[in-house]
Design a protein around this ligand. Structure first.
Ligand SMILES: Nc1ncnc2c1ncn2[C@@H]1O[C@H](COP(=O)(O)OP(=O)(O)OP(=O)(O)O)[C@@H](O)[C@H]1O
Ligand SMILES: [Mg+2]
Length: 365
């Protein structure tokens, strides 16, 4: 096993046993169902997994933005700078949003107001937290637009969202998100809607800003290529749970969970055709009906009788890092063969394919 890269011991965010559920006509949808992870200062954690696994709901839960009344946080702690965000009032949480924790989404058009200029929206984002006012706020807004590498910031200030390209809008969203120098940036599929060249530019921009400000990033993505490019650590999410979490290096060296292995197996096809993780057999079940024991069991190539009966532990004794699978549990007597670790060549090839997919065109910035 390769040693995890060392990282500072200072934890910015610690999520414990988070459960976010929805009441639906067909029963309770357990969208996020016992999720725990932490992010160190200045580090990037990627959450990766297929559609419907609970990635966005995890992020929205941290932001206090679970769609009510159907959705509610059933359980958990979200310790941010040692305060439990789940104990805060709406007003306290509103202060934290945009100031300490900022979020950018896949489609910036839906988060920008079409009826106001970029300048108005950016100045408001600065003023709302009282960090600057009047002419200073305007100057800072314009400075932020230059900072996210938009040409001619003075002109962009006067423009409306529909007058900008998708890539420019995402830059504006990043400027708004970073206007108050947050400690944590949550980026939910920030480049999915963009073409690969612009995607590479935006990812470079986020990395540069992270280096300059020391902020932490929670990055949500379908794309193992983006994980390889951007993240220090990774949490693989399936059916409302984290099924494997470790350093990016370890994960690419030796994915342990059959689901993670499936994600890697689907990588070359995805890279070739520009598709996402759809080449795994079968589909994610619905959140009202997760399988009762191991949730991946119906799709798992290694499954055997026990898997449908007994829920796997999060960290069985033979797994070097948390891996929710009986294959690594010596207490499970009837384990089948678990396959062999991937060769160094396979790992090198996958890293290359992944990076090529994320950065078809490397753009200097
Ligand atoms: N308003 C809602 N009511 C009921 N269930 C919901 C609601 N919103 C989300 N869910 C359920 O929560 C689960 C997780 O959704 P979430 O949006 O977090 O997935 P995701 O991993 O972000 O997927 P994607 O990659 O498509 O964005 C889904 O199974 C979905 O059915
Ligand atoms: Mg999502």
């Amino acid at each position: 096993m390769i040693q995890s890269a060392p990282f500072p011991s200072q934890t910015l965010l610690q999520v414990e046993e988070l459960r976010t559920h929805f009441n639906t006509p067909r029963g309770v949808a357990r969208a996020v169902d016992g999720v725990s992870f932490q992010i160190e200062r200045g580090q990037t954690l990627a959450i990766v997994g297929e559609s419907g696994c609970g990635k966005s709901m995890t992020a929205l839960s941290l932001m206090g933005l679970v769609p009510e009344p159907a959705g509610y946080i059933e359980n958990g702690r979200v310790l941010f700078d040692e305060r439990d965000l789940l104990d805060l009032t709406w007003e306290q949480m509103r202060d934290i949003r945009g100031r300490d924790i900022a979020m950018i989404f896949q489609e910036p058009m839906t988060s920008l107001n079409p009826t106001f200029t970029i300048g108005t929206q950016l100045i408001e984002a600065i003023q709302i937290h009282g960090t600057a006012n009047g002419e200073e706020a305007r100057r800072r807004a314009e400075g932020m637009l230059a900072h996210v590498e938009l040409q001619n910031p003075a002109q962009v200030m006067r423009q409306y969202p529909h007058e900008l390209s998708g890539g420019m809008r995402q830059r504006v969203m990043i400027a708004i998100a970073l206007a108050n120098e947050p400690k944590l940036l949550i980026a939910d599929e920030p480049t999915t809607a963009l073409d690969v060249t612009v995607q590479a530019q935006i990812l470079n921009l986020i990395r540069r800003l992270q280096r300059e400000t020391g902020m932490s990033v929670l990055l949500i993505t379908h794309d193992l290529g983006i994980v390889a490019e951007m993240a220090d650590r990774v949490a693989v999410m399936y059916a409302g749970q984290i099924v494997e979490t470790t350093s990016v290096r370890d994960l690419f060296h030796r994915p342990l969970h059959p689901y993670t292995q499936g994600l890697f197996a689907s990588l070359p096809a995805r890279a070739r055709r520009g598709h996402d993780l759809a080449t795994l057999e079968g589909v994610v079940p619905e959140a009202v009906a997760w399988p009762p024991a191991c949730r991946f069991e119906p799709r798992c190539p290694f499954r055997w009788e026990t898997c449908a009966r007994v829920a796997p532990k999060f960290q069985p004794a033979e797994a070097p890092w948390p891996t929710r699978c009986h294959l690594y549990d010596p207490e499970i007597a009837d384990r089948p063969m678990r396959g062999t670790p991937r060769s160094q060549q396979q790992v090198a090839r996958d890293l290359e394919t992944a990076a090529a997919a994320a950065h078809t065109t490397e753009v200097a910035s």
